[in-house]
Design a protein around this ligand. Sequence first.
Ligand SMILES: Cc1cc2nc3c(=O)[nH]c(=O)nc-3n(C[C@H](O)[C@H](O)[C@H](O)COP(=O)(O)O)c2cc1C
Length: 190
Amino acid sequence: MNILIINGSPRKKGLISQMLGIMQEEVKNRGDKVQMVFTNDLNIKPCIACMVCRTKSKCVLDEDDSQRVLKMMQEADAIIMGAPCYWGNIPGQMKLLFDRIVYGMMRDTPRFPEPLMKGKKCILVSTCTTPWPWNVWFNQSHGAIRALREICRYSGFKIVATIERGGTVMHPELSEKDKNKCRKAIKKIA
Ligand SMILES: Cc1cc2nc3c(=O)[nH]c(=O)nc-3n(C[C@H](O)[C@H](O)[C@H](O)COP(=O)(O)O)c2cc1C
């Protein structure tokens, strides 16, 4: 299996990175191919909203890392997306990536959008400083998950697991329970 991890956190030793790291190790150990992309390392210009890609299936801007990641997504069997909550949403650099590759993820039709990533399994992970249960009730980590769900729904991904971890300031270390959640989730994309 070919698995792509999209890490939306700029903190390479933060909790998102640690959780995605556990999943990466698990799939590597079972013999899958796995690659991790850090959105903050990508060179991507913002979408200019010309909408040309919706009819031409190609972006008018010069090629940059967005096309490279889109190709990796197209080649992957399953995708893991990790996003810390920023303002109840996903980080800007990660949004920039998804804005630039809409045309490769869904096709506009006169009726309903046609999903182009159909059949690919997906795991969503989010963290935030707001502790549980307020991280869920007040749409903090839950807001980031909601935003990723929106992208996944229209692209046709099948979400097989979501993990939300609140209270990252009060509890900055992953517990055994957190680690086990990651190991359990990854089994769903075997
Ligand atoms: C720009 C910015 C905005 C943030 N907005 C929120 C927020 O709306 N709610 C919240 O609970 N935490 C917020 N945080 C805290 C992060 O979600 C928290 O630091 C994150 O869990 C840690 O990320 P990591 O998993 O990459 O270590 C924000 C942090 C930054 C840098």
